[in-house]
Design a protein around this ligand. Sequence first.
Ligand code: F6P
Length: 362
Amino acid sequence: MIRIGLLTSGGDCQALNATMRGIIKTLLHETRKVGERVEIIGFEDGYQGLIYDRFRKMDSHDFAGILTRGGTILGTSRTPFKLLDVPEADGVDKVVAMKETYHAHKLDCLFVLGGNGSLKTANRLSQEGLSVIGLPKTIDNDTWGTDMTFGFTSAVEVATECIDNIHTTASSHGRVFVVEIMGHKVGWIPLYAGVAGGADVILIPEIPYEMKNVIKTIERRMETGSRFTIVAVAEGAISKEDSKLPKKEYKKKLAARKSPSIVYDIAKEIEKQTGRETRVAIPGHTQRGGAPDAQDRIFATQCGVEAALGFLSGKVGYMVALVNGKMTHVPLDKIAGKLKYVDPKSDLVREARALGINFGDR
Ligand code: F6P
C-alpha cells in the first residue's frame, strides 16, 4: 500500500485540478500494473489542513471530470513562510503539527501544488525529513527553476481578453485606458497579455518607467491620428525614481499611498498632462478564475504525470520543472527563495520595442 498526501497552497489558479488529476491518474494507472493499492489523503485549504489534520480520503472518482474545472477541489489558503515559526493564534507550532500529521497518516510522500512561498515551506518540510514533491503553480510565472508555471497561460488569456474588450470602448470614446494586470513583483502576465492584446505601452517592474516617456507615446499617437491608447500596467510597476529608493523607504511610500493602486496615479497624471479622458480598468481576480486554457491543461497534466512517475521511481525533495522545453526535476533547496524575473533584454521585450510598444524607460 502506498499512502500519499495532496495539498494546494497559496493563491489559486485555473489548472490546479488538472494537475492533481494528472498525479492521481498516473499513480493509479502505474500501480494497478503491479497490483499495488494507493491511499489518497487530500488536505483541505493548503497547509492549514496539514497543520490541523483536516483531510478527505479520496479515490479516483474525486478526480474524474475535473480537467477543465478552475479553482481547487481541495480549497486553498495562504500560510506565509515568514510566519512558519510563529505559533498559530491557538499556540500550535505549525512545523511540528505538520510533521505529526504526515507521520500519523504514514505518508510516503506529500505533493504540494504551490507558488514561491508554498515551495519554500515544502523545502523546509523536506529538510525536516518529510518526502515532499513540489509542483510549480502560479499565474505569475515567477517560480525560479522552471520556464513555466501552470496557471500562467490561462491568466494571460483572461488579461488579453480584457485588453481586447477595452480596445473597442477606448476607440469609440477616444480615451486612454490604463489596465492593471496581476503578476505580483514580476511582469510576465502584463508583458505577454500586453503583446497579445496590442497594448501601446507596457509597464513592468523589471523596466522602471518615467511618466514623461508614457506621455510622449500618448501624444505621438494623438498627433498621428490614433483616437485611443492602451497602457498595460503590472500591479508591481515602479517608476525610475522609486526604483532608486531603499526597499524600506519604498515600502513606506507604498503604505502611505492614497489611491488603491499605482494605475490610478498613472491615469491621473496622464489625464492631467495630455488632457485626454483617461479611465482605469482592473480585471483583478478574474485573471485567476474560470477554466484552464488548452496549454495550461497540457502543462498541468505533464507536471502531474512527471511528479507521480518521479515519486514511483523514488525521487523526492524536488520540484517538477520545464527547462529548455524538457520536463525535469529541480531540487527544492535550489529554487526556494528565488524569483524568476522578466529579462529586459529578452527576445519578446526586444520584439515588442521593435513594434513600437513603449516600456516607459525611453
Ligand atoms: O500570486 C498570484 C496573485 O494573483 C498575484 O498576481 C497577486 O498579487 C496576488 O496573488 C493576489 O493575492 P490575493 O488573492 O491574496 O488577493
